[in-house]
Ligand binder design. Structure first.
Ligand code: CMP
Length: 148
């Protein structure tokens, strides 16, 4: 079924235009439709909400500091099985795993560390709806068919 997912290109990638362009090209060549796209910053307030499930993790402070350190490019992507397909394209969270088990994935290619892992993608339908609302409060998600 057609799904939406929220994809974020993280600050270290935004500093390298040809890598940013490569990731945009991968989005299109993998059959995603870009429903919305914007460059923006994550404020500490938004980061607190967005990463609420990680607030007790050892990496929380460095994650928030990093994500608020520069501009992001945030996308709402649509595709059949968008959540799973985008997560496959991203590769594993940890850069070591990404480089060894999925070297051609986005994180395997462009991840610098477990924190600076190049891109984000929603992990479930519920997360996608929640995350889209945070970055695109005016977007009417109810008009889209969101199902497994
Ligand atoms: P993402 O999956 O987008 O959202 C949670 C983020 O936390 C993750 O990307 C990484 O940037 C970060 N993260 C996850 N695990 C670790 C870790 N072990 N060490 C540092 N950062 C991490």
């Amino acid at each position: 079924h057609l799904q939406l997912t929220l994809a974020i290109i993280k600050p270290h990638v935004m500093k390298v235009p040809h890598v940013l362009q490569k990731i945009r090209n991968l989005i299109l060549s993998n059959g995603f439709y870009v429903v919305q796209r914007k460059s923006t910053f994550m404020t500490e307030e938004v980061a607190t909400t967005f990463y609420a499930e990680h607030r007790n993790k050892f990496f929380y402070n460095r994650l928030v500091t990093f994500m608020c350190s520069g501009p992001l490019e945030v996308h709402i992507l649509a595709r059949q099985d968008a959540i799973k397909v985008w997560r496959n394209l991203m590769g594993p969270t940890k850069v070591y795993h990404a480089q060894f088990t999925a070297p051609m994935s986005i994180r395997g290619s462009f991840g610098l560390s477990d924190t600076r892992n190049a891109v984000h993608g929603s992990d479930s339908l519920e997360s996608a709806a929640r995350e889209i609302k945070i970055f695109f409060p005016g977007f009417s998600i109810d008009r889209w068919f969101l199902e497994e």
